[in-house]
Design a protein around this ligand. Structure first.
Ligand code: SF4
Length: 275
């Protein structure tokens, strides 16, 4: 069986930056997981004493707090600033961008449509910067029964598909007089998505490595599944099953933007045993 890695996969700029920061800062707490990858979170905790807390309320005698790549809400940031703790911001600049756009656009009186999952931490954070009205949607149909204002701004969760974003924008163009569109989908996601598209078309089994709580990993899995029925999403090499590769000629591998190389290498070695 031939094994091929996607042309672009794994760690993105924002995640690399956050991990480097966490390794340098050490002995700190992050509010929510720094990145969406349990293996890496465990490594940071064991080797650098960087622990993950669920919320600000869990802070006790920690001296340093790191803000995760997906950012936190404006309110949480204000609460954090009131505590006696040093704050290090590891929010990815691609996430800070829609936060700033939301703040600025709503200051100018625009209501905001956010294309994304309303329960995702990044979207919760971005939404918190809207001081007018925010509509968080995954599909333009969700806007059908809403009385839309005359001017609206549109942003996207960084990990969403550009085609769907365009459908939402097109819908708004027909309904609203003034639409300000900000493509806030990040490059890294885009490159990994394009590469998996290409690879899944020519593979008969696909393995996607990444956190099951990672939106961009799940997105990669969905794209792979679209072209290759036998696609599997795994967090580490222990989940791999020999039967997946029986009678297969080509196995494609990709990984989410928060998956470290050392996890991908372990997966690769395991698959080679079954090739
Ligand atoms: S996937 Fe994009 S937005 Fe998310 S951390 Fe990476 S570079 Fe930043």
């Amino acid at each position: 069986m031939e094994i091929e890695l996607a042309k672009s996969y794994g760690f993105c700029f924002g995640v690399k930056r956050a991990i480097k920061k966490a390794e340098q800062i050490k002995d700190a707490a992050t509010i929510g997981p720094l990145i969406h990858n349990n293996e890496e979170i465990t490594r940071l905790w064991k080797n650098y004493n960087v622990k993950t807390l669920e919320s600000i309320d869990e802070l006790k005698d920690e001296k340093k707090a790191i803000i995760r790549t997906h950012g936190i809400t404006k309110q949480d940031l204000e609460d954090l600033k009131r505590k006696n703790i040093e704050i290090f911001d590891a929010t990815c600049p691609f996430v800070t961008k829609p936060q700033k756009i939301c703040e600025q656009m709503s200051n100018e009186g625009y209501e905001v449509v956010i294309f994304g999952d309303e329960n995702h931490p990044e979207v919760k954070g971005v939404r918190s910067y809207v001081s007018t009205k925010a509509y968080v949607v995954l599909d333009e149909k969700e806007l059908l029964d809403i009385k839309l204002p005359s001017k609206i701004a549109v942003v996207s969760q960084t990990t969403k598909k550009v085609e769907k974003f365009m459908e939402i924008v097109n819908f708004l163009m027909l309904k609203v007089k003034e639409v300000r569109v900000f493509n806030t989908i990040c490059d890294a996601t885009f490159k990994n998505q394009e590469a998996i598209n290409e690879l899944a078309k020519k593979s008969d089994v696909m393995v996607i490595v990444g956190g099951k709580n990672s939106a961009n990993t799940k997105q990669l899995f969905l794209i792979a599944k679209n072209y290759c029925q036998d696609s599997y999403l795994i967090e580490n090499e222990k989940e791999i099953q020999k039967e997946w590769f029986k009678g297969k000629e080509k196995c494609g591998i990709s990984a989410g933007a928060s998956t470290p190389d050392w996890v991908i290498n372990l997966v690769l070695e395991k698959i080679k045993e079954y090739a």
